[in-house]
Every structure is written in C-alpha cells, then in structure tokens.
Design a protein around this ligand. Sequence first.
Ligand code: PLP
Length: 436
Amino acid sequence: MILAMSSGDVFEAVESNVRSYSRSFTGLFTRAKGDFLFTQDGTGYIDFLSGAGTLNYGHNPDSIKRAVVDYLEQDGLTHGLDLSTSAKGEFLDAFHRYVLAPRGLTYKVQFCSPSGTNAVEAALKLARLVTRRSNIVSFSGGFHGVSTGSLAATGAGFYKQGLHDSLPRTTHVPYPHSPLGGFDSLDLLRRMIGDASSGIEKPAAILLETVQGEGGVYIAPVEFLRGLRAFCDEHQILLIVDDIQAGCGRTGAFFSFERAGITPDLVTLSKSIGGYGLPMAVLLIKPEYDIWQPGQHNGTFRGNQLAFVAATAAIREFWSDGLDGPFIQAVRRKADLVAGHLGYHLSQPPAVTVRGLGLMWGVDLSGVSGPTASKVSQLCFDRGLVVETCGRNGEVLKVLPPLTISEENLLQGLDTIIGALRDVTGADDCVAGDPA
Ligand code: PLP
C-alpha cells in the first residue's frame, strides 16, 4: 500500500497520536521563506507562530543560510559531542562579546541536550545541588517543558495526567496575573517561605517565565520581579528565569528580565538561540554556582555545530550594535504598531482583552462565549495566517511573528485576526472600526 503524503494518509497511518500542530494547521508544508510558510500547492501563510518562538529571525534568512552552507561545504564537523570546535568557540566568543558583556553579565554557558526542557532540567538539578534542597517553587500557568523535572514545574494539568506521583517535589504559587485576576504572589511567598512554621519546605529555587507564553501571555510586573530577586537573596534561594520563549529579543530586549534590571542566578535559553530554527539549548550560570563535575549533566547532542554556526551569524547580524541597535529598535517600533492596532480594533473588555510585550501578544477571548479562539485561529488559517492559541483552555490567540517581519505583513496578519474575529462572533462588540 502506498500512503499519500498530500492527503495526510502517511501521517495518520504512521505518526503517533501525540502529534498536535499538524492537526490545527493541515496541509503539506514544503517551503518557508522570511515571514511565510508555503504548502505543496504554493499557498503562502504569514507565520504568526514562528516555530513557537524558534524563528525570531524568520524562515531561512539569507545571511544565516550562507554561513551554514559555507560551513557544510568546508566539511566542518556537524556533530562534536562537547569537543572544543571552531564553531563552538566562535559562538561563545560572539555570545560573550555581543550579548553578555554589554549587559555586564558574567554567566558561564552550559550546553544542554538541544530542546528547551533539558536546559530546564539542568537548571533544576544544579539549583538542587548548589543548595542541597529539593523543593522547587514555580508558578501556576507556567510552562517549562514535559520531561519529568520540568513537567513537575509546569502548571497545566493536561500534561501531568496520570503522572503526578512520579514528579519531583514542586510547590506552585499563583502568578501575579492570570485568568483569576491579580494576585500578590510575593506576599504569599513571604508567608510560605519566610515563616519557618508554614509547613512548606524551603525551596532550592524559584523558577519563572517573566512573560508566560503557553499560559496565555501574562506579564510579570517589574516591581514583582525586583521584589522576587530581593526575596531570593534574603532567603538564599536561586532565581531561575526560563527565557526559552521570551528570550532572544522577543520582548523588546535580548533577555526578558532586562526591563526589571535584575540578574537571575540561572537562565535557560533555547528556541531562537539557534538562529535558524536549529536545535540548541543553553543554561547560563552565575560563575559561583557552576559546581558541576565534568560530564555530570551530559548528552550526545550538546554540540550541534550547525546551530553554533547559525547562532553566531545571527548574533553578529542582529545583536552586535550595542543594547539599542537598529534591530531591537525596529522590534520596539513594531511592538508599538501591534499595541496601537490591536488596542484600537480589539480591546473591548470584558469581551476581548489584549496584552503583550515586544512581539509577544495575546488576544484574550475568554469573555466571548464558546471556543472562539480556536475558531478564529482556523478561520485565519483558511485566510492565509498561522496563529496558535494558548491559555488555560486555549482561549487566547498568541501573536508571535518573526521579529524581522515587515510592517506590511505584520499589519496584514493583524487584520486577518480582526476580520476573522468579527466573522466568527458575528458581532461588532468585539471589534471596533474597519481593519481595511
Ligand atoms: N520553557 C518555555 C518557556 C517554553 O515555552 C518551552 C516550550 O514551549 C519549553 C520550556 C520547553 O522547550 P522544548 O519544547 O524545546 O523542550
């Protein structure tokens, strides 16, 4: 029997039931360039998903492709365990020179197995080794991956079904913003951890996303982040920022915590650090906490040389002009454009609320009855836009375009969302003005 790719038969017959994105965004994708994905029949889709935050520099950017192709043509190593290679050396030099040093950061760089969850695993293990404590505090609505340690820290019950007993100790605390409203998380932490009689085990670390991505695009306030840093210092608890989705420029600065002026003890990066959608994950470690024994957290694929080459090219192209270079300035201009456009057309509380930072935005439809967000997402796809849903019940549309997107494509994608929302709800109480 021959299984047809174009009709989806081969995926249905052979691929595991666990597949997910392919169910929402059907079609056989064959090519991608810049802001667009293309299916076999040549249909183009503006990409507001960006590989869930992996393609901050768009699809197949020419300059990075050139660097990767040149490296391949020179028969550079593709796999190198954790050998010292020229590709890795150049990445470390560029990352130190253009990302860490200008921000006064002295982190050591640990290469992990190449998906984000492994960097989170490394962070949690290291925090436990440093403090000799085992509990971890993380936040409701947070997403940190689905391997055992990171899954324990993830909030969503969906991923934990049937697994609770096998997960390491974690205490979840409400995030300062959530569908349940504002919350004084620091006050709760003071009562739980500052009080030795609270009954709660003092944690090794507090782990958080400064902007929750999968949880529905909720933004931690600057005062909270500063207060959390001070709280961790006071109680000798490590502060871990998971910047896997919100890092690499997504929120309008290279690191999402820059806006608060804090320095976490450990930082996880993955997704767009690889520059070209190539797998790579790192843990940044304050030097005094780099207590690993050689090889204690190892992995065969910690040396994805093509990712090093692409990452180096990306850093040199987009991040070598200081803290306020033209690339990040353009991201901030586009952020203002999104805020203005969505704010004008969609911000109609209680039906629709819009929130975001940089080029990470959520259109929250929890005030509209029914599964509106997934219907809007489907209609957008029918009209040439890939935009996913997030949040507790998939009630938030997540706008995550490439940071390099043209203003024209950005506005076209936003107007597709606005038009689809109007058509799905059939009412003008969600949408003001005519996007066209
Ligand atoms: N942490 C955050 C904040 C994420 O958004 C994700 C993935 O979406 C992960 C960790 C897990 O990364 P990966 O899927 O590469 O394991």
